[in-house]
Design a binder for this molecule. Structure first.
Ligand SMILES: Cc1cc2nc3c(=O)[nH]c(=O)nc-3n(C[C@H](O)[C@H](O)[C@H](O)COP(=O)(O)OP(=O)(O)OC[C@H]3O[C@@H](n4cnc5c(N)ncnc54)[C@H](O)[C@@H]3O)c2cc1C
Length: 378
């Protein structure tokens, strides 16, 4: 795929990073081999983040007062694009750096953020996103988890589900009800909750692909102290929309680079089949590259995507499935169950691609948003 221009500042950063990558550190080499075990993948990716932080690369794109070195999302986009090109297969649980951290930085309490953001960037403490509940997925405004004002802060009680990376995370951004049920989206507040607090229970959910990315998290009268509200009291919906602009929009830039990496690897190592399927995958990747690049530019100019993010999310889901359809057609091992690490990692990728039409809002809900908010259909 052609390299896209970053602008002067991020281009200089990208060029310097490329020079550094010419002699890759052992931590990058370790993270580029296929690893079936999720725990091991998390450990090697965390080790890589530590080196990238200590050498300064992972601090660009984040504000200096919060432990960063300045710059914007284009620096981060250039860093992950280069890492994918140099063989990194995925962001693993650092996906939340590009889903949650921009919103935390924009709306979190600065003193708290100055403490926790560097730990996140350095791979020491991770974050998860506690939105969905058993009775509130597509209908996010129906969240039932309650936060009640008490001495010393708020007490949170409720149950979240499908919470990615909760098993590995220290923090969870929890959307909880501070208003009445009837107030719907106007009665929600976002809290930064320490998952080590008394009353929190995290139970991993093993997925069909053998990973335990997802979890169920219960909160039983969990005390959340002052300074842990992200955004305003009863302003949780604004926080959620800010996150979704990243999760549905800019995140596709970060993810699609890894899909493209997989196509190149498969072309280099196998005897790939299915020209038509490969064509579909490359066309979809070109579409997501174009739409996610526009999303990056929009965020670099501080403009949220709103309903436009749905197009990017649909492009990403479509390209993820097209790439894995082609890989399956090209490599029978994926289907017949050979158990080496490479085949196991490929199988995980394939099975994950079947659920990408669900996270961040289901495909039907994205189409519903386009129909109502963009096409203004009745
Ligand atoms: C891999 C993965 C990671 C995830 N990570 C997280 C996470 O970190 N944090 C988090 O909070 N959540 C996470 N989720 C949950 C995800 O956001 C929800 O699964 C999603 O919003 C759908 O909600 P639901 O599962 O409750 O399905 P439901 O809302 O019950 O929907 C079931 C089906 O009905 C359809 N449907 C529902 N309402 C309508 C409607 N009004 N019109 C048309 N069709 C409708 C949906 O499209 C879907 O096909 C993750 C999900 C996946 C698959």
């Amino acid at each position: 795929m052609p390299r896209l221009p970053w602008g002067d500042d991020a281009s200089a950063y990208a060029a310097a990073f490329e020079v550094w990558l010419a002699s890759p550190p052992a931590e990058l080499r370790a993270a580029t081999r296929p690893i079936a075990s999720y725990e091991e993948r998390v450990a090697v990716t965390s080790a890589l983040m530590r080196v990238l932080f200590d050498e300064g690369w992972a601090r660009y794109g984040w504000p200096t007062q919060l432990g960063g070195l300045g710059g914007d999302i284009l620096h981060r986009a250039a860093m992950w694009e280069a890492l994918a090109r140099h063989g990194l297969p995925a962001m693993a649980l650092f996906e939340h750096l590009e889903v949650l951290a921009p919103t935390l930085v924009a709306m979190g309490e600065p003193g708290f953020l100055a403490e926790v953001l560097p730990q996140f960037l350095r791979g020491e403490q991770l974050w998860s996103q506690g939105f969905s509940e058993p009775e509130s997925g597509s209908d996010l405004a129906a969240v039932r988890t309650r936060a009640v004002a008490v001495d010393g802060g708020y007490a949170i009680t409720g149950r979240k589900i499908w919470t990615s990376w909760a098993r590995y995370a220290t923090w969870c951004l929890v959307l909880a009800r501070t208003g009445t049920v009837a107030s719907r989206h106007r009665g929600l507040t976002a809290f930064a909750v320490d998952l080590r607090s008394p009353g929190v229970e995290v139970r991993a959910i093993e997925q069909a692909n053998g990973t335990d990315e997802l979890a169920e998290v219960t909160f039983d009268d969990v005390l959340v102290g002052p300074g842990r509200i992200v955004g305003e009291l009863n302003g949780g919906w604004r926080v959620a929309m800010h996150i979704l602009s990243h999760e549905r929009g800019t995140f596709a830039w970060f993810r699609h680079n890894f899909l493209y990496r997989q196509v190149l690897d498969a072309l280099a190592h196998g005897e790939p089949a299915g020209d038509a399927l490969l064509g579909d995958a490359l066309l979809d990747l070109a579409a997501v590259r174009a739409s996610s690049y526009a999303a990056l530019r929009s965020h670099a100019a501080d403009v949220l995507l709103g309903a436009r993010a749905t197009f990017v999310k649909l492009h990403l889901a479509s390209s993820e499935q097209a790439v894995q359809n082609w890989r399956l057609a090209s490599d029978a091992d994926l289907a017949v169950g050979i158990q080496d690490d490479e085949a196991a990692a490929q199988r995980q990728d394939y099975l994950f691609s079947r659920i990408v039409t669900v996270y961040g809002g289901s495909q039907q809900m994205q189409l519903d948003t386009i129909a109502k908010q963009i096409l203004r259909l009745p």
